[in-house]
Design a protein around this ligand. Structure first.
Ligand SMILES: NC(=O)C1=CN([C@@H]2O[C@H](COP(=O)(O)OP(=O)(O)OC[C@H]3O[C@@H](n4cnc5c(N)ncnc54)[C@H](OP(=O)(O)O)[C@@H]3O)[C@@H](O)[C@H]2O)C=CC1
Ligand SMILES: O=C(O)C1=N[C@H](C(=O)O)C[C@H](O)C1
Length: 266
């Protein structure tokens, strides 16, 4: 697979910068444009500290996605804008690869329908790190044997959405094998609201936000006289880039939306 023409939305963000660096350093993807909130008409290489790339920056996503000849949109923005960009991309025949988290269930289901109707391959991956995908799969396996489980996710303090997309996806995978039931003492009460975390079918999700963190998750299972912890840490955003590259290549072979990188991993 060679020369996949890519648009990146959110190029100045923490993930966007890393994605530009990755695209610059490999040969199958070519950056053809960026969607940003600033720098209309400038090229990437004109921005301080950015790679030597000729791609033009658009501030209007609709113009960019309808005018630029592109195969793939990589979206790394915010929940609200990521949803709009994904929809626009599908409508314009550009395949979305979406890392942006925080979409509602309704938004995901609308995008799934739209992608199928138009036959446009789409990948929405709450986590592109291969280790995180394995952590989620191991958790699903463990939940078959340990149905009492709590998820603790820890992220940097600039994150907009809580719980993280990864924690929600983990809970969704566990739900496939776990019968809904209340955990803890049947009469337990919270003397401080939120103390027991968010609830998904009785399992709990706790979200921590601190400077210094990147992206971390522990899934803790409790059994009779034992606990099992499945843990993943992204200590650098480079950890997400092999997944972004793989998704941009594999999305070219799809004609529906898939949610989660596990669907394209061998
Ligand atoms: N799937 C995965 O593996 C991962 C997913 N993520 C997700 O990716 C997203 C981005 O994360 P991160 O890079 O840390 O966040 P940042 O806040 O660092 O970056 C977001 C960028 O999006 C830009 N932006 C906002 N609105 C628009 C718009 N309308 N058009 C173009 N650009 C826009 C922001 O610009 P401005 O600065 O001007 O506001 C900012 O540069 C989040 O949803 C996060 O949860 C993060 C890591 C891994
Ligand atoms: O915002 C982040 O940083 C991350 N977001 C994704 C999520 O919500 O799970 C993936 C990763 O955890 C980093």
């Amino acid at each position: 697979m060679s020369n996949i023409k890519v648009i990146v939305a959110g190029p100045r963000g923490k993930m966007g910068k890393e994605a530009l660096k990755m695209i610059h350093n490999q040969s199958t993807l070519t950056l053809v444009a960026c969607i940003d909130r600033k720098h209309e008409g400038m090229t990437v290489k004109e921005l301080d500290g950015f790679p030597d790339m000729e791609a033009v920056i658009y501030t209007d996503a609709a113009t960019c996605l309808s005018e630029v000849e592109a195969d793939v949109l990589i979206d790394l923005t915010t929940p609200e804008n990521g949803y709009k960009h994904t929809k626009l991309a599908i409508e314009n025949g550009v395949r979305p690869v979406v890392g942006t988290t925080g979409f509602s269930e309704d938004e995901l289901s609308e995008l799934t329908t739209l992608a199928s109707e138009r036959g446009i391959g789409t990948i929405i991956a709450p986590n592109f790190a291969i280790g995180a995908v394995l952590m989620m799969q191991f958790s699903k396996w463990a939940a078959k044997h340990f149905p009492d489980v709590e998820i603790i996710e820890k992220h940097h303090d600039q994150k907009l959405d809580a719980p993280s997309g990864t924690a929600l996806k983990t809970a969704e995978l566990i739900k496939e094998v776990r019968h809904p039931h209340k955990q803890g003492h049947e009469s337990e009460t919270e003397t401080l609201e939120g103390a027991r975390g968010a609830d998904v079918d009785g399992m709990k999700i706790h979200s921590m936000r601190l400077p210094g963190l990147v992206a971390h998750q522990e899934v803790i299972f409790g059994g009779h006289g034992e606990t099992l912890t499945v843990k993943h840490d992204s200590i650098h955003r480079e950890s997400f880039m092999s997944g972004v590259k793989l998704a941009a290549e594999r999305v070219m072979e799809l004609d529906v939306l898939v949610y989660g990188l596990e669907h394209i991993l061998d």
